[in-house]
Design a binder for this molecule. Structure first.
Ligand code: ZN
Ligand code: ZN
Length: 345
């Protein structure tokens, strides 16, 4: 079945739409009259996450970057290069999915999601322009073309997106959302682990603070797409099949293999104190988590517990409540735009 684009205005349709896709919607946004009860709380959370890179004082990171080992510097740049491509295409994908959701509130959430991806990309430019030369920054933003392992991973995600864009069927939409969960909920994670490892050793704390903000946003994004996926299956149960489950598990296995290959290349045994086997287990663990969140069997036997327990403190930081970055670093990294630390250089 094809999915149809949302009507710009429909005078005879209700404000709370009649379906998540191929439904009828006036396209009016009244937060108190929307189809899904979870949309407004999600909206509040997403707005509550608002941050900009301008708030982050980079001066310590600027001093520390040249003191990192060559392998640490290489991993740092490669990972930012990877994140930059993923966030760039994510901005666009969110908009394209939004066109097919026949609910004005979900369209609104997708627009905020896309805006947050724009900020993520801004943060990579901000970090790189602070700590490296323009040439290195430009080369980093080109890694997606020049690094074969990265290219393989990206092509894998893009294929899922492209199938939907070129032929928007329900099946392709669902499968593209699986690729989205992989992009936002798995392919970022070994990169996040690397930055938290540095922060744990009091290195590049400002960059890691930004990564933490990004991580916090991505958790909301993953949850949003999981909700959309499940609502589609709920409204179109004919797509909730064992065949689809088997297909999704295969996609996740392939994604995990690509992520492990990438992590082996950039982290390997080159980063002092960060055990590559732990990162690999962490990838399998998160693959299981994501597949399970979609309502499917976990692809990897075992791997029920996070093998890098220390990372929880970094992943689960809720700025409203506490804690780690707040105490250890944010008192000096959060500053005014006018006083972003560059005068000290
Ligand atoms: Zn992002
Ligand atoms: Zn995202």
């Amino acid at each position: 079945m094809q999915v149809h684009e949302r009507n710009i205005m429909d005078k005879t349709a209700p404000n709370a739409s009649t379906g998540i896709i191929n439904g009828r919607s006036s396209n009016i946004l009244n937060w108190d009259d929307v189809r899904f009860s979870w949309a407004y709380p999600k909206y509040k959370k997403m707005l509550g996450n608002f941050w900009t890179p301008f708030e982050i004082n980079m001066s310590n990171d600027v001093k520390q970057f040249p003191e990192l080992t060559k392998d640490e510097q290489n991993a740092f740049l490669k990972i930012i290069g990877l994140l930059a491509l993923l966030d760039s295409i994510q901005t666009d994908y969110a908009g394209r999915v939004a066109d097919y959701l026949t609910d004005s509130s979900l369209n609104a959430l997708m627009i905020i999601l896309a805006q947050q991806e724009v900020v993520h990309n801004h943060s990579y430019s901000y970090v790189l322009s602070s700590i490296t030369t323009k040439d290195v920054q430009d080369a980093t933003f080109d890694f997606w073309r020049t690094e074969p392992t990265l290219e393989k991973r990206n092509d894998f995600v893009i294929k899922g997106y492209r199938d939907f864009i070129e032929n928007p069927t329900v099946d392709h939409l669902l499968t593209s959302i699986v690729h989205d969960i992989i992009l936002e909920g798995l392919f970022f994670y070994s990169g996040f682990a690397f930055f938290y490892h540095l922060a744990r050793n009091q290195k590049m704390v400002a960059s890691s603070t930004m990564i933490n903000y990004i991580n916090r946003d991505e958790q909301l994004h993953v949850d949003l797409f999981i909700k959309i996926y499940k609502e589609i299956l709920n409204e179109f149960p004919e797509y909730d099949t064992k065949e689809r489950e088997a297909q999704v598990i295969e996609i996740f296995k392939e994604a995990a293999a690509l992520e492990v290959e990438w992590a082996r290349e950039v982290i390997g045994d080159k980063i002092d104190g960060l055990d590559y086997e732990d990162v690999e287990d962490y990838v399998y663990f998160y693959t299981n988590v994501r597949c399970n969140q979609l309502g499917y069997e976990r692809p990897f036997e075992g791997y029920r517990k996070n093998p890098m327990k220390w990372i929880k403190a970094y992943e689960d930081v809720d700025m409203g409540k506490t804690d780690f970055f707040e105490q250890k670093s944010r008192q000096y990294v959060k500053v005014n735009v006018e006083d972003n630390g560059f005068d000290e250089l």
